[in-house]
Every structure is written in structure tokens, then in C-alpha cells.
Design a binder for this molecule. Structure first.
Ligand SMILES: [Zn+2]
Ligand SMILES: [Zn+2]
Length: 400
């Protein structure tokens, strides 16, 4: 387990950030998924010089013919109608979770296009990484909006990789919620391994993601679900990750690693009940980075996702993500730049703001061994027991 990236070199890694101010039009209004979280992340990353170490590319909206590889024609029509009709209801649109807003089709298609561009830049390079923090909208289904997600950019990115020639794509989703839309899209496709780590679905939206969901037909064994007890913190989360994710991804031998890097696992997140710190989330990204190099020839596409701690979590955690992707991780002891703080004060923010890029924790997980009786260890075992034999691995051997 790598706690800080040991992959950073003087040159860093070859990385692309897909980013444009037009992403901020994905705006539900008074809603947890505010675009302010993206704006504040990019301003913090800019202040810290993180953006100097990646190629920054403007997103281009995905065209309808590409979106039809992810969504039905009737659903795309519904999103277009909803974009012009504030009273629209249907296909999951116009609900409390997915309110309708003017221009929603274009805003969602831009994010989807950004993830597809990021995917292509990874596929076409050697040892290449890319990140789209506006992406990771993993709940959208073929025929409906769900969980703040209108168009599923993750599925489009993976289809783009497959269409470009990837034989096997591994997808690791560390958002606090189950990556249900991505799992559903590839549930019977043996070319795509989906692994989702999330809070126990009996206690959280969307209610799916039990270890028994393993894929079907020729794809049996290519859906993996690791369901974590509420209140799981850094060390427990990292133990669970190490016990399941690297072994499964290595066994699958992917051509490329796609990760959904939602940060709603944070202890202050208003929508969920895990208890990671910024330091634990940073360690998780370092582990994904290492996994891309060890298991996927360095091909790594990192997407955003959930994260509703708009001031104190998302900007720091995703700045760490962008820095990690660039191969130049940021020391968690680094001060939060005064200009970033004074800009927020000037905008009228009174809340307590962080002063350092970390929370002073140093994750130190104990490796998993079989036989543990805690809720967490039983959860790890349930996943290994259900999924590892289908990948030719021994669930009881901690080296697998
Ligand atoms: Zn790298
Ligand atoms: Zn989430």
C-alpha cells in the first residue's frame, strides 16, 4: 500500500486535465451538486500551481450518435425536451434529485464529451493519465436520469475505449454510493470489470451493490461489490481496498484503468456516513495511481463523482487528485493559499475554512487477514468469497 505517491518524479507523469468554465452550466440550482465545488477545486489547484503540470484541454460536447451508445433515443429526446420545459417530468427528470434546468442536455453532453476525450487521450498515449473532475456521473441509466446524473459519462468513456481497441477495461468506483449505472451497462459484458466500494446499500442510496451482484452469463465475475459499514474511516477503508481491489484488477489484466473518484466518503459529507479524511482520500488516489502503473501499463483515466462538502472537502481532495494524476502529489502539510481563502471571504463565506491541505492524519492500515469478525472484515470476506473464485483467485489467501 502506497500512502503518498512514490511515483512522482522530477518530470511527473504525462497527464491531461479536461476542463472548461462551461462545465459550470451543469447546475441544478439549490441542490447539493452545486458547480461551485468544481469552481473552487480548480481555483485552489490553480493557486497551488497544480495546473502548470498538466495539459489543460477544453471539453467538446458528445454528439448524439455517441450518446446513443449509452442511452436510448427516447431518453435523449426527453432530456432535450426537459432542457426547454421547466415543468417537464419523466424518465427520472423533474424529481427532487434531478431537477430540470434550461440547457441541461448541452451541459450534460459537454461533461460526457469531456470524459470521452480524456479516455481517448489516455488510450492514444503511453503511460498516459487524464482527469475530468466534472465526470463520474455513475448513476445515470440507459433510459433514465438518477442520483444527480443525467448522462452517464463513465459508460461513454468506457465505450470509447472499447471502440478504440481496448480489449479489457477495469473500472474502480470509490464514490460512497454504488456505481449502479456503470455496473448495469456492463453487467453482461466480460470485457469490462466493474468494482464498486461503497457504504452498505442497506443504509444508503441507491440500495444496490451487494457482494452477490457478480455479473451474469459470460461476464460472471466481472462485477465486484464491496459494501462498507457506516463510519468506516481511513484505515478500515484502505484495508478493504487493499484486500479486494489490486488482486482483482491484476487478475483481470486490463489494458486501461478507469476510476470514479467521488469524495463523498468524507467524514463531513452531508449525504452519507463514511468517515474518511482528506488524508485518507489522498492515499486512496495514490493507490489508484500505483495500480494503473502496476496493472494497466500506466493508462489511467480518473473521473470525479459525488462530494458535497463544498468548502472543506471537495476543493482540497480533488486538488490532490489532479496533482496525483500529474505525478506531482501535494504535501498535506501545505498551507491553503491565502488568496483562495480571501476570495471566499470576499464572496461572503463565513464558515470555518481549512488552513492546510490535509487534516493531520497519517493513514496506517493493518493488512487484511481471513477470519476477522468485525463488520468490516466480514464485508471484505463476503466480497472475496463471492468474487475471487470467479477470477481464479483464492479468497482465503491474503496474497491474492
Ligand atoms: Zn503516473
Ligand atoms: Zn456519491
Amino acid at each position: 500500500m502506497v500512502m503518498g505517491s512514490d511515483l512522482a518524479t522530477a518530470e511527473g507523469c504525462d497527464a491531461t486535465l479536461v476542463w472548461g468554465r462551461n462545465y459550470l452550466h451543469y447546475d441544478f440550482g439549490e441542490h447539493p451538486m452545486t458547480p461551485i465545488r468544481l469552481d473552487l477545486t480548480v481555483s485552489l489547484a490553480t493557486e497551488l500551481g497544480v495546473l502548470d503540470h498538466l495539459e489543460v484541454v477544453e471539453p467538446v460536447a458528445a454528439g448524439e450518435e455517441r450518446l446513443l451508445s449509452v442511452h436510448s433515443a427516447e431518453y435523449l429526446d426527453a432530456v432535450r425536451r426537459a432542457s426547454k420545459d421547466p415543468g417537464y417530468h419523466g424518465y427520472g427528470l423533474g424529481s427532487d434529485d434531478n431537477p430540470v434546468f434550461a440547457g441541461m442536455y448541452d451541459a450534460a453532453a459537454l461533461i460526457a464529451g469531456g470524459s470521452a476525450q480524456a479516455a481517448l487521450s489516455v488510450w492514444q498515449g503511453t503511460n498516459k493519465h487524464a482527469v475530468n473532475i466534472a465526470g463520474g456521473l455513475h448513476h445515470a441509466m440507459r433510459n433514465s436520469a438518477a442520483g444527480f446524473c443525467i448522462l452517464n459519462d463513465v459508460v461513454l468513456a468506457i465505450r470509447t475505449l472499447l471502440d478504440a481497441g481496448a480489449q479489457r477495461v477495469a473500472y474502480v468506483d470509490i464514490d460512497v454510493h454504488h456505481g449502479d449505472g456503470v455496473q448495469a451497462a456492463f453487467y453482461d459484458d466480460p470485457r469490462v470489470l466493474t468494482i464498486s466500494m461503497h457504504q452498505d446499500p442497506r443504509t444508503l442510496y441507491p440500495g444496490t451493490g451487494m457482494p452477490t451482484e457478480v455479473g451474469k452469463g459470460a461476464a460472471e465475475g466481472t462485477s465486484i461489490n464491496l459494501s462498507l459499514p457506516p463510519a468506516t474511516s481511513d484505515d478500515g477503508w484502505l484495508r478493504a481496498f487493499s484486500a479486494v481491489v489490486p488482486g482483482a484488477v491484476h487478475a483481470f489484466r486490463p489494458d486501461v484503468l478507469v476510476t470514479q473518484c467521488g469524495c463523498d466518503t468524507h467524514h463531513e459529507d452531508p449525504l452519507a456516513d463514511l468517515a474518511l479524511t482528506v488524508d485518507g482520500q489522498r492515499a486512496a488516489y495514490a493507490s489508484l495511481h500505483q495500480l494503473a502503473h502496476s496493472a494497466a501499463q500506466g493508462k489511467w483515466l480518473a473521473l470525479g463523482g459525488g462530494g458535497y462538502g463544498v468548502l472543506r472537502c471537495v476543493p482540497r481532495t480533488w486538488t490532490h487528485l489532479i496533482a496525483e494524476v500529474s505525478g506531482r502529489s501535494i504535501d498535506p502539510a501545505t498551507e491553503v493559499p491565502h488568496r483562495w481563502i480571501s476570495d471566499l471571504r470576499a464572496r461572503g463565506v463565513r464558515a470555518e475554512l481549512p488552513t492546510a491541505m490535509g487534516e493531520g492524519r497519517q493513514p496506517d492500515p493493518t493488512p487484511w487477514v481471513p477470519g476477522g469478525d468485525s463488520w468490516l472484515d466480514r464485508s471484505i470476506w463476503a466480497t472475496r468469497n463471492a468474487s475471487y473464485p470467479l477470477l481464479g483467485l483464492d479468497p482465503a489467501d491474503p496474497r491474492d
